[in-house]
Every structure is written in C-alpha cells, then in structure tokens.
Design a protein around this ligand. Structure first.
Ligand code: BEZ
Length: 235
C-alpha cells in the first residue's frame, strides 16, 4: 500500500469495513465471524507498554461481563503475532496490578504489522503518532453496523465502566425505542421520542400521558432497572 493512500474513516451508521486477520486466537474474518453478536473492536498503541497493559488487564477481567451482554472483544495493535503472544504471557505470568493477577487474555488480539486494518479504521492519527495506533473503540452491532466510536490519545487509558455503559445504553435504546439522557445508567428515566403532532405535544403538556415533561419536546418516562437487565442481559 502506498504511503500517501488516503482512507475514508468509517463513521457511525456505516457498515464495519471487512478484513481478514491473524490473531492470538487464530484467523478471523471481520465482522462476519461476529454476526449476531455485538463487538467492541479496539486498538492500542503497542505491546509491552504500561497504559496498554493496565487496559488489557482491565478488559480481560471484565470480558465475562461484556460476553453476558452478547458482546465480544477484539483488540488490535500494529505489533506482530509473536510480540502479542509474549506480551500476553508476561501479563499472565508476571503482572499484578490493582488486585488483578494471573490475568489471561482470551479475546483475539490482531497483528497488524502492515497497518492496513488500523488505516482502514482511522486508528492511525499522524498528529498523535504515525507509527502507533491511538486508543480507538468501535462498537459494532449484531448486523455489522458501527454504532459508536470513541478515541483516546496515547497518554490516557480508557474508562471501562463507560465502555460498558455505552454498550448497555445502545442495547437499551434499541430494545425500548428510547433515547438516553446525560450520564444515564440502568434504572434512570429515559427520553421518549419527541411529540410528532401539536395534539400529542398538548396532551403531554397537560399531563395526559404517563411521562414527565420538562417542556413539550423533552419528556421522560420510567424504565425499571430489572426490565433493562432482563432484556439486555437475559437475567
Ligand atoms: C502506554 O501504553 O503506556 C503507551 C503507549 C504508547 C505511548 C505512550 C504510552
């Protein structure tokens, strides 16, 4: 691939670009191997680096929680397979961090020495680094559509509670046809679709519907935490 080839960065609502890759768990065809599941595809700058190590240990420790929400994890860096294997072995055998130890990373870590996948997904941002991927996070739905993209710089580790909140939020918005306000967490009120006619707006403002309206265009309703968790986590 030429140095100056330009890539259109994928956007929210796009189909996740397809690729075939070698990973620490064997070869994958992305995203077709994950059809029917949510996937979080994330990049990290380099193996054997401290922020990335803290992130991998955290993600691996939370993998079961993500899997229970029908979500698989797939990591990527521009390092090679043997570096990946050696780094993951070191993490398991040697690193104890914030109460996490013997952490086994069971999700696939893509080798991307050619940087082809990183470029396709806009994970290489030359102003930050031309040789290392930034910390990108793509949330891809069971139909292979990109639903959320978050980027972090090299110097700042991700907030994994937020990544989990985003996943549960996307699934909740889909399942209940609602939108979710600032800082929403399961159990908080949700936003109902805007009034589509003057009559509906009037009814809402007169308190004739089972919702709380701050104004005609901003109404919320209750959505039980149990109902959310039962739907999203099948619990
Ligand atoms: C890190 O993961 O520690 C790291 C990686 C690349 C640049 C800076 C920090």
């Amino acid at each position: 691939m030429c140095e100056n080839t330009s890539y259109a960065m994928p956007r929210i609502g796009d189909k996740a670009p397809e690729f075939k890759a070698v990973t620490t768990q064997g070869e994958i065809n992305f995203p077709s191997d994950y059809s029917g599941s949510w996937v979080i595809l994330f990049s990290h700058p380099a193996d054997f680096t401290p922020v990335c190590t803290s992130e991998f240990m955290t993600f691996a420790s939370m993998e079961k929680q993500f899997n229970e929400a029908n979500c698989k994890l797939v990591g990527l860096s521009v390092d090679g397979l043997y570096s990946h294997i050696a780094w993951l072995r070191t993490i398991k055998e040697k690193i104890e961090y914030k109460g996490m130890k013997n952490v086994e990373v069971n999700f696939p870590l893509i080798e991307d020495i050619t940087m082809e996948v990183a470029r396709t997904y806009g994970m290489l941002q030359p102003g930050e680094s031309s040789t290392k991927a930034v910390r990108a996070v793509f949330f891809i739905d069971p139909k292979g559509i990109i639903r959320t993209i978050i980027y972090y710089p090299l110097s700042l580790g991700r907030n994994f509670d937020e990544l989990y909140r985003v996943l549960i939020g996307l699934q909740t918005a889909d399942a209940f046809s609602v939108a979710l306000p600032a800082d929403w967490r399961p159990g908080d009120d949700v936003i109902v679709p805007p009034a589509g006619s003057c009559g509906v707006a009037k009814n809402r403002m007169e308190g004739k519907e089972d919702m709380k309206c701050y104004d005609w265009f901003f109404c919320t309703k209750k959505l039980d935490k149990e109902k959310v968790l039962k739907t999203v986590l099948k619990k």
